[in-house]
Ligand binder design. Sequence first.
Ligand code: TXA
Ligand code: MG
Length: 326
Amino acid sequence: MRVAEILAVSEALERALALLRDGDVVAIPTETVYGLAGDATNGIGVARIFETKGRPRFNPLIAHVADMAMAERIALFDPLSKKLALAFWPGPLTLVLPQRTGNGIHPLVTAGLDTIALRMPRGFGGELIARLGRPLAAPSANSSGKISATTAQAVAADLGARIKLVVDGGATPVGLESTIVKAEGERLRLLRPGGIAAEDIEAAIGMELLRGGAAGVEAPGMLASHYAPDAAMRLNAGTVGEGEALLGFGIRRAEGWRHAAAFLNLSETGDLREAASNLFAYMQVLDSSGARIIAVEPVPFDGLGEAINDRLSRAASPRDNILAAT
Ligand code: TXA
Ligand code: MG
């Protein structure tokens, strides 16, 4: 069995460029989670992303850009989206915008939609895109339906037999995928809570975000089962049952916590940023402890808590809807 090479960011750039120019995929660190990147203008590269993840092709990908000029060659910015791009890029924000015609993006990236999701990542990804001179399509670097990878080792364990290179940038600092917003008339709609708190976006535009509803099946990856561990998840647990593992938050413990089959605390001090950065790795560790149920203590909904609760409830939702997962 072939196993992916793991190279540190300091030595990976040329090898990554060669693979991308060859229409191949590369796993790269971003500030949110690891991405499985391919040249967004190359149909073979994009098709390989879907194949490698086992991702349904109706679920569109985010195109990652190096700078504002590249973004504006791809999509049309309304004033609010432009304001957000200037305020939060590079960073964990994805904007869904109308595509500019003839932008060179392969239609597989957008699953044929006339809109496109754009993001400018921080760090290695940005450098790689600038050197390539073309946008990179990159979903989270995990098999479809699994928890997003936040370390190079997690990527290699999941996709290592199917890809040639994992670029190792250490643990991703944010730990949650980007926040996705979409322009809708004069307003913006929150399609996915993520690494930038909705409150921070609302403060930047001086307006509330629209939520729920209209997005519908438009972002198929946003529906139902997602980030699924093998164990069942039991949320807002006030007690720990026989044989259950416990995912904690803050200083107050669920009753019976000493008997938990395994225990990890997302943040002892109740810091939501710390909790976000630990979430996927800790879910993975508790999952591999062999416990059949992971009980999860309540996590508040403010700030990044909205995105944390979103990922937890997806992980807890019934698994028969696997087609909808990314
Ligand atoms: O932080 C992130 O966003 C990471 C890193 C690698 O950048 N990427 C990521 O990609 O989470 P992915 O593919 O796992 O999630 C992208 C989401 C999917 O739910 C997809 O349905 C939605 O974005 N999406 C993509 N294009 C869209 C569009 N044109 N309209 C609405 N939703 C879209
Ligand atoms: Mg994903």
